[in-house]
Design a protein around this ligand. Structure first.
Ligand code: ADP
Ligand code: TRP
Length: 324
């Protein structure tokens, strides 16, 4: 089984990215093959500053390694180090219906927000399809918001296969982790960079505490019994704790006599403990960027070998000569 996923280097990773995506990457590594990449070509649709993109690429690689991505058990690479992916994207574009891309909600949402779309944004899902199909991926772990992109990928692959008559491209399936499916941000909405409500994994402790203390809650008085089920502070607490700890805090919510400040302090402490080892490891990688680059290059080499094999199949199916 080949597991593959990508994450855009558009800013520092936050709790939503970790529980929605990165945690699954780590749980699934050690499979027969696990490919994880930093989607820097996708990031070009939003990051238009060379220095910034370069820095984001470093941060993404370092954060993933610090969080437990193990190069012995998974292949980590930069998307842009595998040129085969953009070549495959072109082949896929030629069989992708315009109307299919017009239906993509993430595209429609951006347009609705007033962004004037370029062709890169419009064809974003086709580059993503190429990312997945280039490596014969079986399983693609992603957050819930990416499911539609996986459906588009399957659709494009099927259209390619039926156009060229054969099982040339392998159809992948999405894998979504339920508990992590929607991590709330400080305003109670889905945590997302675009909403400015994120808590980044490696922010300073001071800044994390400040953000947690700013989380929106209802205005029930201290004495009142409170409902853990509808409270985003409790939802965050659940991410970092055992069922026993959760039951204990839920009991305190329901009993009344506890203010939200106390629950927030509990989230702060639990989150620090949860990421403590990763914080230490991060410092080690920051001090050894040479090693990080070596890991990325070795990863790209492995990914390209597989990508070239699939691209050769695709070129032959289309009637193109093998690459010289
Ligand atoms: P952002 O919304 O902050 O820009 P991305 O779109 O880059 O984050 O998301 C990267 C990955 O993290 C995706 O797989 C996405 O589904 C997942 N993800 C992002 N935010 C959340 C969240 N709040 N809850 C669960 N998963 C999330
Ligand atoms: N679009 C994904 C996101 O924003 C990132 C991504 C690019 C991806 N290519 C991929 C995810 C291939 C899974 C597989 O989160």
């Amino acid at each position: 089984m080949r597991v593959l996923s990508g994450i855009q280097p558009t800013g520092r990773f936050h709790w939503g990215n970790y529980f929605g995506a990165i945690q699954q990457y780590i749980a699934l590594q050690g499979n027969e093959q696990s490919f994880y990449f930093i989607a820097d070509l996708h990031a070009l649709t939003t990051v238009r500053d060379a220095k910034q993109l370069e820095q984001n690429n470093w941060d993404a690689a370092i954060d993933l390694l610090a969080l437990g991505l193990d190069p012995e058990r998974a292949t980590l690479f930069r998307q842009s180090d595998v040129p085969e992916v953009t070549e495959l994207m072109w082949m896929l574009l030629t069989v992708t219906q315009f109307s299919l891309l017009e239906k993509a909600t993430s595209y429609k949402d951006k347009v609705a927000k007033g962004i004037s779309p370029d062709a890169g944004l419009f064809t974003y899902p086709v580059l993503m399809a190429a990312d997945i199909l280039l490596y014969d991926s079986d399983v693609v772990p992603v957050g819930a918001d990416q499911i539609q992109h996986l459906e588009i990928t399957r659709d494009v692959a099927q259209r390619f296969n039926s156009t060229y008559g054969g099982e040339i491209l392998h159809l992948p399936t999405a894998r979504v982790l339920k508990e992590g499916a929607k991590v709330p941000g400080t305003d109670g909405e889905k945590m997302s960079k675009s909403y400015g409500n994120t808590i980044e994994i490696f922010e300073t402790e001071k800044s994390i505490r400040k953000k947690i203390m700013s989380i929106k809650t209802d205005s029930l008085p201290m004495e009142a019994p409170k409902d853990p089920e509808t409270c985003s502070v409790f939802a965050l607490y659940q991410l970092f704790t055992t069922p026993e700890q959760q039951a204990a805090l839920a009991e305190r919510y329901r009993a009344g006599g506890m203010g939200y400040g106390e629950a927030k302090q509990a989230v702060f402490e639990a989150s620090l403990a949860y990421f403590a080892d990763a914080r230490t490891k991060r410092q080690e990688f920051v001090a050894n960027l040479g090693l990080v680059e070596e890991i990325l290059q070795a990863g790209a080499k492995k990914a390209r070998a597989k990508g070239q094999e699939v691209l050769a199949r695709v070129r032959a199916a289309c009637g193109l000569k093998p690459r010289i």
